[in-house]
Write a protein that binds this ligand. Structure first.
Ligand SMILES: Cc1cc2nc3c(=O)[nH]c(=O)nc-3n(C[C@H](O)[C@H](O)[C@H](O)COP(=O)(O)OP(=O)(O)OC[C@H]3O[C@@H](n4cnc5c(N)ncnc54)[C@H](O)[C@@H]3O)c2cc1C
Length: 500
């Protein structure tokens, strides 16, 4: 399905250099690491809010559908694809201004095109006392797009949506909405008090198709005096529920505040063999003043040993990582790289390595990658469960038996994103052939169906998979569709996203 668009009208807004409808560009946006293709009609690159407003006016009169991306690095969730073929992709990568970093109050205001690397380098260069939370999606992935999808990171600020203070967005009638205290120009706590006054709108602007977000203020974490990563390996498959229960208690009591990852061996080290890797490999971090970290270390060790006495536990700090790096240069330790990647993520340092490992391409760069060129495809399957041993065990067993039944390898992580919930992320890898792609997508659909029937719902979805998400309850569905009809009666923004 193509849309009737006037390139002349779009060029009059964006100039010819920021409007593209050539086959080479379109194929980049159409293809994805998941293997399917969804051809847009054209791509535009706004540089400010006034261009977005002009685009929206044109879209409403010419019945164009718009799909917004921040940097389009939504790997495994449809990447830069829209919800339907023939849409105008609104690529905000050129709206990449770091509007403010406030050292005293520890926040940053950024535009959607700011990448993880961009903000990281900015903080480094300005010798900031602050660090950001990063995801494993690579240097070029955006911060705003990920947060809008309620993605998660690895540090104490890993629950990223919880760190949003306010947003600015353009609605489908061209009006500008500011959440929190953002709409009160003289509000003293505009960038620090997220609740504002009256109903909170931020939730409605995430995982939705109600607005184009042009600015976001997020909290940044003061760099701790000391970070100590804990790495735990457990040889027994049955250790998972025991460790999950222990981590829940450590997080509930505030001893551990970082996201904690439980990776099976296939996820942690792939096909390689290493006798230090267990069936389950857990990592998280404790950070803060040195004395506090040392005290917490003792508590973590004893809680984990009590829960699972056979656990092997290592605590790794800056000094140990330096030593490991030195030894690795001479002896090449196979576990060094996975440890270093986990360490970097815990310290808020973005890296392309997880992507490189996934696509088996050591020289890959997230900034220039064309995923359609790879013979390897993959897609994510995810689900949320309560952080108790029984739930995690049931979710693990359900999913692993589905994978086994269909002959897919089963790399999986469970991430304790908050004290009370875990997010399971697994993926299937397959070849870029028509048959394997069709089989993979059918499997993903089946898997989500079974998980949903059992109460394990996805935490996010993406292009091509929104139909796999569960129906909302009647009242909720009516409310969301009612809001959509009110704020975007022509369904100009991403129709069908999250079933709205
Ligand atoms: C190896 C690997 C590791 C990964 N690790 C992680 C991880 O640790 N955590 C995680 O959460 N994800 C992870 N991902 C998944 C994904 O790549 C990231 O979530 C990535 O950050 C999303 O891409 P982006 O930030 O460029 O967002 P985009 O693709 O730009 O945006 C994502 C979606 O948000 C919406 N959107 C974006 N900008 C706007 C806007 N301004 N207004 C309105 N809507 C907007 C759109 O629907 C868009 O499709 C990983 C993927 C891979 C392959």
């Amino acid at each position: 399905m193509g849309q009737e668009y006037s390139s002349g009208s779009l060029i009059s807004i964006f100039g010819s250099e920021r409007f593209r409808d050539d086959a080479h560009t379109l194929s980049k946006y159409a293809s994805s690491i998941g293997g399917n293709s969804l051809m847009p009609c054209c791509v535009v690159y706004p540089i400010d809010e006034s261009e977005i407003v002009a685009l929206i006016k044109l879209a409403n009169t010419d019945s164009l559908q718009l799909f917004t991306i921040a940097r389009g690095r939504n790997f495994g969730y449809g990447e830069a694809q829209g919800t339907h073929a023939g849409q105008v992709i609104v690529d905000l990568s050129k709206m990449n201004r770091i509007v403010e970093v406030n050292e005293t109050l520890a926040y940053a205001t950024i535009q959607p095109g700011v990448s993880q690397q961009h903000l990281f380098e900015h903080l480094q260069k300005s010798d900031s006392r602050l660090q950001l939370d990063v995801t494993g999606a690579g240097l070029d992935a955006s911060i705003v797009g990920n947060i809008l999808e309620r993605g998660f990171g690895h540090t104490d600020y890993g629950d990223r949506f919880a760190r949003v203070v306010r947003m600015t967005g353009v609605m489908a009638d061209g009006s500008v909405v500011k959440t929190g205290f953002g709409g009160f120009e003289n509000a003293n706590a505009k960038n620090t008090y997220k609740y504002g006054l009256g109903p909170m709108l931020d939730g409605l602007l995430s995982q939705s198709n109600f607005a184009i977000i042009t600015e976001m203020t997020i909290e940044l974490m003061p760099k701790p005096d000391k970070t100590c990563m804990f790495v735990v390996s457990a040889k027994d498959e049955s250790a998972l529920p025991l460790l999950v229960d222990a981590i829940r208690e450590l997080k509930l009591s505030g001893i551990v505040n970082s996201a904690v990852h439980f990776a099976n061996k296939a996820r942690a080290i792939g096909e390689k063999e290493n006798r230090m890797a267990g069936f389950w490999n857990m990592s998280g971090s404790i950070s803060g003043p040195t004395d506090m970290v040392m005290a917490k270390k003792r508590i973590v060790r004893s809680a984990l040993k009590k829960a699972y006495p056979k656990a092997s536990i290592w605590f790794i700090d800056e000094f140990m990582m330096g030593l490991a790096s030195f030894v690795n240069r001479i002896f090449k330790i196979s576990l060094y790289q996975p440890l270093k990647d986990a360490w970097d993520l815990q310290k808020g340092i973005p890296t392309d390595n997880p992507l490189r490992i996934l696509l088996a391409d050591e020289s890959l760069e997230s900034a220039t990658i064309r995923t359609g060129d790879y013979q390897t495809c993959f897609l994510w399957i995810n689900a949320v469960c309560a952080a108790d041993g029984c739930s995690v065990e049931q979710l693990y067993e359900l999913t692993s038996s589905l994978f086994k039944e269909h002959g897919y390898a089963f790399p999986v992580t469970f991430t304790a994103i908050n004290p009370r919930s875990l997010i399971m992320i697994t993926n299937i890898n397959y070849l870029r052939s028509e048959d394997s792609i069709a089989k993979a997508h059918a499997f993903s659909k089946r898997c989500h169906e079974v998980l949903i029937q059992n109460g394990y719902l996805p935490y996010r979805s993406g292009s091509g998979a929104f139909e796999e998400t569960p129906e909302y309850a009647t009242g909720t569905s009516a409310l969301l569709k009612g809001i959509k009809g009110l704020v975007d009666p022509n369904y100009t923004f991403a129709p069908g996203k999250y079933r709205i």
